[in-house]
Design a protein around this ligand. Structure first.
Ligand code: FPP
Length: 250
């Protein structure tokens, strides 16, 4: 008897966009040229997610550790962020893309904080895709900030610590209203998650590619999504039955 296998929906895709600097260096260009190209790739990947009906896209755009980079590079990244917000806001509104920012925004400059808050407010009703930008973000820092808020609520008598569990704790994270990622992609050949969505990615499928972020495109995204489906669609069947190239381990 043949069984119809439903494709599980991929609701939330998270990406560590890595390799901008190496991409530029290989071409004899300044690192910032890689970041510039990286932003163009961001806009294309957002379009691909909208077209594929993915509901949440989280992008690691600036880590808490990135504050240690040379000031001119930080300034270029912040400038690119402002340009991105200005150039994309109309499209976000017309396509129903909601912007959400996670991370310690208090470390961002006031103009950046204002522009982000404006964009979040303006796009708050978007229903198609939630674009989560992780800025000044570190997973440990996020968990620490959540733990402090939990302690404050408990001290104020508004939270019974004995009632706290995984689900209620996760609401204190920056991603409190966002489902956990199903698939986490990292580009550029590095095989680690570098403090991104530490709590939330506990059960995410991990996908690493050697492709540098500025070279990432629809075809590379499709490869990752195909691999995700193969991993998720096993249901105790064999790779041959599923048409997957990967070996089954479970
Ligand atoms: C990693 O490449 C990438 C970053 C630190 C920044 C990612 C930012 C962008 C793609 C542009 C800004 C995004 C938005 C949404 C406006 P790297 O510099 O660490 O590259 P390397 O490892 O090759 O040096």
């Amino acid at each position: 008897m043949s069984e119809t296998i439903e494709k599980p929906p991929l609701e939330h895709l998270a990406i560590i966009m890595d390799g901008n600097g190496r991409w530029a260096k290989r071409r004899g260009l300044p690192r910032t040229a890689g970041h510039q190209r990286g932003v163009e790739v961001v806009t294309k990947v957002v379009d691909e997610c909208v077209n594929r009906g993915i509901r949440f896209l989280s992008l690691f755009a600036f880590s808490s550790e990135n504050w240690g980079r040379p000031r001119p590079e930080i300034d270029v990244l912040m400038g690119l962020l402002l340009q991105f917000l200005a150039s994309q806001q109309q499209k976000m509104l017309s396509e129903g893309i909601r912007l959400r920012v996670i991370g310690d925004s208090s470390r961002l400059s006031q103009p950046i904080q204002d522009a982000l808050a404006d964009a979040e407010r303006a796009t708050a009703q978007g229903q198609t895709l939630t674009l989560v930008l992780a800025l000044s973000y570190g997973g440990r820092d996020e968990i620490m900030r959540a733990a402090k808020r939990v302690a404050q609520e408990s001290l104020a008598g508004r939270l019974d610590i004995d009632q706290l569990d995984n689900r209620s704790f996760s609401r204190f994270l920056d991603t409190g209203d966002i489902p956990e990622p199903d698939l986490l992609i990292r580009t550029s050949g590095e095989v680690r998650i570098s403090n991104f969505l530490l709590w939330q990615a506990a059960y995410a499928e991990l996908y690493f590619t050697d492709v540098l972020w500025p070279d990432f495109d629809a075809e590379e995204l499709q490869k990752a999504l195909d691999e995700y489906l193969c991993r998720k669609r096993r249901f105790g069947l064999t790779d041959d039955q599923l048409g997957c190239s990967q070996e089954i381990n479970d």
